[in-house]
Design a binder for this molecule. Structure first.
Ligand SMILES: Nc1ncnc2c1ncn2[C@@H]1O[C@H](COP(=O)(O)OP(=O)(O)OP(=O)(O)O)[C@@H](O)[C@H]1O
Ligand SMILES: [Mg+2]
Length: 251
């Protein structure tokens, strides 16, 4: 089982959005993937999917007695998720340090963990529970310097840093890719553009990948999902050269 943490030290970078869309893309590729909300204090995954209340949550699982496999919720899109309990009550008994042990009992080939922001107790429990780390940044200096701390901690805990993903890239008045790479000393493996379809999907309570597959954000997540599992990505947008070659094949 691969356990991949989608994380950023800074808040609001795009972790939940990315975790949701990567899960949707991997599921669409036929992979057995489960998305776990590891943002125990402010869980968002369920809300993004329009599920406020489910039978069991990650909070029940981390309340010692919960069976993690009985807490998997199948979303209508086909994505398997373990959401969090949004009530304050659910937070009281949660023990983040159980996460690592409980995750090892989950029946899934790939587990994507949506991390909380910061480097506090719950974020550290998620880093400890995963094997691989996907570091998300916005193309701004504070976001990148915070990522530097996160990478240091992940490396100290012997986690594999897969690479850096730039979220909400607008292309103007922001840090250049080569600056981000040289500061973090890891390659940029994905760039998700700022895209209003992300907000539209949020309102419609599903992933941008499922609702707007042709949008720029959905395409970028699809490409990143392919990278994560080592599959070659062929863009649906045909290049001029490909069109010419295809015409030759037909004649
Ligand atoms: N590519 C994008 N284009 C436009 N809006 C985006 C994009 N990615 C994320 N957003 C928006 O940015 C906001 C924060 O995103 P998200 O909740 O995914 O961040 P987060 O890192 O999980 O935040 P937190 O640290 O609070 O958990 C949301 O309103 C989301 O809709
Ligand atoms: Mg979040």
């Amino acid at each position: 089982m691969r356990k991949i943490l989608v994380c950023s030290a800074k808040g609001g970078v795009g972790k939940s959005t990315s975790a949701i869309n990567l899960s949707a893309a991997l599921n669409d590729m036929g992979r057995d993937v489960t998305l776990v909300d590891c943002n125990f204090t402010t869980p968002n995954v369920g809300l993004y999917y329009g599920i406020a209340k489910v039978g069991k949550t990650i909070h029940d699982v981390l309340n010692k007695k919960g069976d993690i496999n009985k807490s998997v919720y199948l979303h209508k899109s086909g994505t398997k998720i373990i959401p969090g309990n949004i009530s304050i009550k659910g937070l009281k008994k949660v023990r983040p340090e159980f996460l690592k042990y409980k995750l090892n009992k989950l029946n899934s080939d790939i587990v994507l963990l949506d991390s909380s922001a910061g480097l506090g107790r719950e974020a550290l429990a998620s880093i400890d529970a995963c094997d691989e780390v996907l570091v998300l940044v916005n193309p701004e200096l504070p976001s990148v310097t915070d990522a530097l701390r996160l990478i240091r901690i992940a490396k100290e805990l012997n986690k594999e840093v897969i690479g850096v993903v730039i979220c909400r890239k607008r292309g103007k008045y922001e840090m250049k890719n080569h600056m981000i790479e040289s500061l973090l000393d890891y390659p940029i493996i994905g760039a998700i553009p700022e895209d209003e379809h992300v907000k539209k999907a949020l309102v419609r309570e599903d992933s941008v990948y499922s609702l707007y597959p042709k949008s720029n954000a959905a395409r970028a997540y699809k490409k990143l999902a392919h990278y994560l599992v080592g599959e070659v990505f062929y863009s649906e947008k045909k290049s001029f050269l490909r069109e010419v070659l295809d015409l030759f094949k037909l004649s």
